[in-house]
Design a binder for this molecule. Structure first.
Ligand code: MV4
Length: 448
């Protein structure tokens, strides 16, 4: 096992990883930017290294600085958390060039996950359900029009190097398509440094369901059930839960098996998520591979009892999975609210500033993953996520009541936070009945 790990991240996830390391008797190295000098991850790690100015590009995204910090402190492995360098195949490559273990999937699996049209092509060959569309890249508006005519409008054009909702354009008819085609490819080139695009039929009102998997370096895989992530706004998830109200044992098994097939096909190991869309008839379609530990991983941890960060570290150190599929069970219902320093009345505009008063929820079935404290200053330089409130109940109804209770205990003063917004969603009758899809928040906001 590793003796020392560097955590190439900040905020709540850096703390989450440091906690797992402490439990495993592994020493920790934090890295931090100028803006994060007073951050908890810096104080709770055994060592901390300043890696530069506040701008992410100059610190948390600076590969050389981070690798140098690992070498100088003698860290044998780097945990990238989520965001920043977590899905960078070139960073994973740089780690291995420097004899440092990247705690995540192999470089080639990262590259495959980052190339959506290539992944799609491989999975079509394997018989994994993908949304009807192009089998490969689409290179002209004429080709796009032919495919659109075959699968039917509306269609969606996606950047091959995009993901998470970035670089997508919808076309409702042939006239739209010509226009949207050049916009989409121009955007893809400008945003992702690669103009490649592909096309799919646009699924109206899908549910977003993702399957958590773990794979060791010896070809053993398990799936840890699903997470329902449909409650989102502009691709930013607000609430996640596990299990999903619309998945039964049979569908879970089918999607879980498909997810493992995807992972195996791309040579995946470590923790990963296979994202699917579910249409109104509960047909599932592969969307993308999220090649990292995800923000919402705690809901899976609470219902399976498996610590995903422990497993990530064990896998990276070359250990075999300590369980097989039949050992994995889900018990109870978990819900997570992402708490942001943002204003729901102003399009979730970030609201950085000093936290003047703070009371965090506690009590039965409540977990709070956060890096904030009284007098902490939420920086404008980074994502506005200030914490995650996660509850576990015996069933969905109990989890909802527990979340309502926990939200009512959550008190932050000095900055605007999304707690009151979450409290309203948790009272919504469609949410309570489990009638949710990716358009839920839009409807919820217009109904107000
Ligand atoms: C789609 C889609 C409908 N049809 N693809 C957005 C994030 C990215 N992972 C894929 N996304 C979508 N792809 C087809 N063919 C609808 C979405 C989508 C969505 C997906 C997941 C979660 C929230 C979403 C919100 C709007 C649209």
């Amino acid at each position: 096992m590793f003796k020392k790990i560097l955590i190439a991240n900040r905020g709540e996830i850096a703390l989450r990883i440091i906690r797992a390391c402490k439990e495993m008797n592994i020493r920790t190295v934090a890295v931090f930017s100028d803006a994060d000098e007073e951050s908890l991850h810096v104080k709770s790690a055994d060592e901390a290294v300043n890696i530069g100015p506040s701008l992410s590009r100059k610190s948390y995204l600076n590969k050389d600085k981070i690798i140098q910090a690992a070498k100088n402190t003698g860290a044998e492995a780097i945990h990238p958390g989520y965001g920043f360098l977590s899905e960078s195949d070139s960073f994973a490559g740089a780690c291995s060039d420097n004899n440092i273990i990247f705690i995540g999937p192999p470089k080639d699996a990262l590259a495959m996950a980052g190339n959506k049209s290539e992944a799609r092509k491989v999975l079509i060959r394997l018989g994994i359900p993908v949304i009807p569309g192009s089998d490969d890249l689409v290179s002209s508006p004429e080709e796009a029009a032919t495919i659109a005519k075959k699968v039917g409008y509306p269609v969606i054009i996606k950047a091959s190097r995009g993901g998470g909702g970035r670089g997508m354009r919808i076309a409702h008819n042939a006239k739209d398509l010509t226009e949207v085609f050049s916009i989409a490819s121009g955007e893809a080139g400008a945003t992702f440094g690669n103009p490649d695009i592909y096309i799919e039929k646009y699924i109206i009102k899908p549910r977003h369901i993702e399957i958590q998997i773990l794979g060791d370096q010896y070809g053993n895989y398990v799936y840890l059930g699903e997470r329902e992530c449909s409650i989102q706004k502009r691709y930013q998830k607000l609430i996640e839960e596990s299990p999903s109200p619309c998945i039964d044992k049979d569908l879970r098994e089918k999607m879980g098996t498909a997810a493992i097939k995807v992972a195996r096909a791309v040579g995946y190991s470590n923790a990963g998520t296979i994202e699917f869309l579910l249409d109104g008839n509960r047909n599932y379609y592969f969307m993308e591979v999220n090649a990292r530990l995800q923000v919402e991983h705690p809901v899976t941890e609470l219902v399976t009892g498996i610590d995903l960060v422990w497993q990530q570290i064990r896998i990276a150190a070359g250990e075999k999975l300590p369980f097989t599929q039949k050992n994995i069970t889900q018990r109870g219902w978990a819900i997570e609210c992402r708490i942001n320093a943002a204003d729901p009345d102003d399009n979730f505009m970030p609201c950085p500033g000093v936290i003047e008063e703070l009371t965090l929820p506690d009590g039965p079935g409540v977990r709070v993953d956060t890096h904030i404290y009284r007098n902490y200053e939420v920086s404008p330089f980074y994502d506005s996520l200030i914490g995650k409130l996660i509850v576990l109940g015996e069933d969905r109804n109990m989890a909802i009541r527990r979340m309502q209770r926990a939200l009512s205990e959550f008190r932050v003063e000095g900055i605007k936070v999304t707690v009151p917004f979450h409290a309203k969603v948790l009272q919504d009758k469609n949410f309570i009945s489990g009638d949710i899809d990716t358009h839920f928040i839009d409807k919820f906001e217009t109904a107000k």
